[in-house]
Design a protein around this ligand. Structure first.
Ligand code: ZN
Length: 160
């Protein structure tokens, strides 16, 4: 069976950056499962997987625009520490929810200088070229219940 929309795909993956550093990988013996064609993976990876089948191994390089987006400097802002009251110990690398006119948005603390805290609303992988090594473990048709819910149910049946 080759991968097309509304199939359940199980895959093992390793994600590296341009320097070859491992950024993320699926857990040993626990492939990632997702419903193909529903935007659950980044667009570039879904495109590369379309038409492939169980047992295929591939190496793909994905540009930021088809990954987590280009880095947007306008999503970086500096706020005084007092704007973060209620958060005890602000540290670089901390993930916070910023309140914005468009609703809550995840931000990362990227710099601390005196009274100023730099908050970056870009995805941590924005602007990065992604290098995936993928091994497709299995492909199957989704059940009607999975399609209705828009997500994969595990081997034990339903889970939320
Ligand atoms: Zn469900």
């Amino acid at each position: 069976m080759s991968i097309s929309p509304d199939q359940v795909v199980s895959l093992h993956y390793t994600l590296r950056d341009d320097a070859g550093e491992v950024i993320d990988r699926s857990a040993e013996g626990e492939p990632l499962e997702y419903l193909h064609g529903r935007g659950q993976l980044i667009p570039g990876l879904e495109r590369e997987l379309t038409g492939r089948g169980a047992g295929d191994r591939l190496e793909v390089k994905i540009a930021p625009a088809e990954g987590y987006g280009e880095y947007d400097p306008e999503l970086v802002q500096k706020v005084p520490r007092r704007a973060l009251k209620g958060i005890g110990d602000v540290r670089v690398g901390m993930r916070l929810q910023a309140q914005t006119p468009e609703g809550p948005r995840p931000v990362t603390v990227t710099h601390l200088a005196g009274d100023l805290v730099t908050l970056d609303g870009n995805h941590p992988l924005a602007g990065k070229t992604l290098h995936f090594q993928v091994e497709i473990a299995a492909v199957r048709a989704a059940t009607s219940e999975e399609l209705a819910h828009g997500h994969v149910h595990g081997p034990g049946g339903h889970h939320h």
